[in-house]
Design a protein around this ligand. Sequence first.
Ligand SMILES: [Zn+2]
Length: 459
Amino acid sequence: MIKNGTIITASANETGDILIEGGHITVIGSSIPADGTVRTIDAEGMYILPGGVDPHVHMHLPVAGAFSSDDFHTGSRAALSGGTTTLIDFVTPARGESLVAALEKRRRKAGNSLCDYAFHVSPVEWRSTTAEEIMQCVSMGVSSFKVYMAYKDTVGLGDDDLLRVMKTVAKEGGLVTVHCEAGDEIEQIKNRFIAENKTTPEYHALSRPASLEAAAVKRAIDLAAETECPLYIVHLSSAESLNHIREAKSRGQKVYAETCPQYLMLDDSKYRGDFEETAPYVISPPLRKPDDCEALWLALSDGTIDTVGTDHCPFLMPDKRAGINDFRKIPGGAGGVEHRLSLLYTYGYLTKRLNINQMVNLFAANPAKIFGLYPRKGQIMTGSDADLVIWNPEPENIISVKTHRQNCDTNIYEGITVNGNADYVIARGKVIIENGDMVGAPENGKYLFRTICGPPVET
Ligand SMILES: [Zn+2]
C-alpha cells in the first residue's frame, strides 16, 4: 500500500492511496482500508509516477570490436535507480542470420535484466525469407521493426528494401522505426575529412550535418506514406527535421518522433577540446546547436515529439580510443538510462517547459502506447502492472561519474545539477529501490509480448 501520495498520470493528478496485490495495482482511492499485515509506504509530499518506459536502449551492443559497457544486468539496474522499469532494446542480426534466430539469441542475452524488456527487430537486408521472418517475429510478440538509413555497409537499407520492409510490417499491423540520416552523403563527407587529415571527434559531428538528418526524415515520411506504414523516428536531434514531422502529422499521417536527453541538454560546444574530453560525445546523430535544443523542448510541449528515449549505449574510454587518430573508428554512443526522469523533471517540468502530465506522457505513457504495452505499462490504473516511482521532489544532486549507476568511466552529463530523486522504485509490485538504493535480490525482469491493438499479454 502506498498512502497519501500525489498520483500523476499522463492526464490527471490526484492525492490518494494505491493498493498493490500480486504485482498489479488492484485499488486506487482515498483511505483504502488495510489490515496490519500490508506493508505501507507513506508517500505524503511525494509524486507517484508510472514506472518509466525507455523505448531506446542498447545493452551489450557489439560495435567495431567493442561492446557497449552496460549489459542487461548493470544497465537495467541503472535504469531502475532512475525510475525506468521497462526497456525496449534491439535485435540486430548479422547479415545472413534469420530475424527469428537473432531474436531468440537476444532474449537469452537479456535473461539477467532486472527490468521488464522488449525488442525492436532490425531487418538489415531483404532476403527471400524476410517477409516470413517478420511475420514470425510478430507472432513472438514483436510489433516494431527498426531500419537504418545510415550505416549502409553494415545494417543500413536502400530505399527499395525500406519499402519492402514497410509494406510487410504495415500489413502485419506493426510499426517501423527509423534511424534517419542520409548515409551515403555522410560516408562521402567522412572520407573526405580523413583524406584532408581532419581526424578529431569534432569532424564526426561536422560529417553529419542537420540537413542530412532532415532530408532522411522527409524521405522516411514519404516512404511510410506510400506504404501506409506507421512510422516512428528515433533520436530526432535538429530543428530542421521538426518541420517535416509537423507537416506529416497535420496531414494525419501516423508519424511519431522521439528525442533524447542529450539533444535537449547538450550542444556541439562539447566537441571543442582534446580527444579525451570530446570522444565521450561521439554519438549519432551528433549534438547540435543551442537553438536546436530549444526547438526540441518546444516540440515536446506542442506534441510534435511524442517520446523521450535515451539511446543508452555507453562505451569505455579505452574503447573510444580506438579512434584516437580517426574519428570513424570511435564507437558511437553514450550512456544516460538513469538520468532521463531527473533531467526531464528538472529542465522540463521545473523550468515550466512541460507540465507534469506531459512529462509522464513523454517518459512512460506515450512509449507504452506507441509500442503496444499500454495500459499494462505507462499508466496508473486498476489492473496495470505495479511499476511505480515514488518521486521525492526535494533532493538536489549533481550528476557525476563518481556516483552514477551505469557501467561507464565517463558521464556526458557530468556536473549538471538535477532536482528530485526516485526514493522508491517498485517493479511488478516489488520494492526494488528504497531510499535511492537497491534492496534485496530482485527477480529478473520478464520478456514483454507486445501487440499493436488490444491489451498486451504475457508469454
Ligand atoms: Zn540507438
